[in-house]
Ligand binder design. Structure first.
Ligand code: SAM
Length: 328
């Protein structure tokens, strides 16, 4: 099978699939400007079309798939969809990103269906702060989801924290301490300036270097060597600790040169780059049952070396879309 290579020779092996565009949380930095009314769900690909799209991806060399959203666990057929994707020959790694609120019920059936691991988004360990950031969410539901992920063996359990100055940076140390005696991976993510967030971003952006300094007050950080197949985090641990700390730096030190991803939006568009408007529409071919391999090659051909609209390129002004639309 020919590998999916882009013009820079980057081997594209990773597809992030947004399976729904609605979410039951309304994090202020992810869905800026939205009222507290839940968004209406828009047309999303059926289960069969998603499976067809992932089969086509596996045929061109995609080995790793992550299901995301919106909130992927809002799909009533998420367990069946997971089982079908897990059974596709060539897909070696199937993971999911979730806010965890429905994981207490779904972790076991998802693991049984073939899901390997989860990333759970959690920006605060304080119930009140969590409610404010998510505009109404319940911390207890996400914490129960995290425990269920451990019990179901969806390991390693990774927690994604978007660190924002004046919002949750005072909690960085508490998150870091969780790794001392538990095999949990805490990933500190730089806040990216997506659509409509210029002012909020200016106020709350905190570079990874400062997040690392905060972590170093717990204990010295020991560097771990990484593997790009598993993502762009720079990984560390505290000496003798059980868990890990990862730092993801899309703004202060972008990782475009190592990017091995394509994204599929919930309405069937392939996006070669998170920060570019360029899309390749898979839907018409999926509807006609046509071969989609060429469309994957077209998306690879269109993958920019370095997006001119990435936060780093713009001196961190603003990407073209909101994250909830694309699936992080
Ligand atoms: N609902 C799922 C969840 O909560 O994980 C999946 C979708 S959510 C869009 C995926 C990830 O994107 C979350 O970890 C979220 O914190 C992150 N995210 C959203 N907006 C972001 C931004 N402006 N900068 C950095 N990360 C962001």
């Amino acid at each position: 099978m020919a590998a999916l290579l882009d013009p820079l020779g980057r081997r594209l092996e990773y597809l992030r699939v947004s399976v729904v565009d609605s979410c039951n949380l309304r994090c202020f930095y992810c869905r800026p400007g939205e009222s507290c009314k839940p968004r209406e769900a828009q047309t999303v690909l059926s289960r069969d079309k998603i499976v067809q799209a992932v089969r086509g991806a596996a045929d061109v060399g995609i080995r790793k798939v992550r299901l995301t959203g919106g909130e992927p666990l809002l799909r009533s057929d998420i367990v069946g969809l997971t089982a079908q994707i897990a059974a596709i020959p060539g897909i070696e790694d199937l993971s999911l990103t979730t806010n965890g609120t429905r994981l207490a019920q779904l972790a076991a059936p998802l693991a049984e269906a073939g899901l390997k691991r989860v990333n759970i988004s959690l920006d605060s360990l304080d119930g009140r702060n969590f409610r404010e950031i998510t505009r109404g969410g319940r911390l207890k539901a996400t914490l129960a989801g995290i425990e269920a992920a451990f019990v179901a063996g969806l390991l390693p359990v990774k927690i994604n924290m978007v660190v924002m100055k004046g919002v949750n940076d005072h909690e960085v140390i508490n998150f870091a301490r969780l790794t001392l005696d538990r095999d949990i991976h805490i990933r500190f993510i730089e806040y990216m300036p997506m659509l409509g967030q210029e002012e909020t971003w200016q106020r709350h952006y905190l570079p990874s270097s400062e997040i690392m300094s905060l972590c170093s007050t717990v204990a010295p950080l020991v560097g771990l060597t990484g593997d790009n197949f598993y993502g762009p985090a720079r990984n560390f641990c505290f000496e003798d600790a059980t868990g890990r700390l990862g730092f993801i730096t899309p703004v202060s030190q972008h990782f475009c040169a190592q990017c091995n991803r394509l994204r599929l939006t919930s309405n069937g568009r392939l996006k070669p780059c998170l920060f570019s408007d360029v899309e390749v529409d898979l839907l018409p071919a999926l509807q006609k049952g046509e071969n989609i391999q060429l469309l994957y090659h077209e998306a690879a051909r269109l993958k920019p070396a370095f997006s001119e609209t990435s936060p780093a390129a713009l001196g961190a002004s603003c990407g073209p879309r909101g994250m909830v639309e694309i699936g992080g």
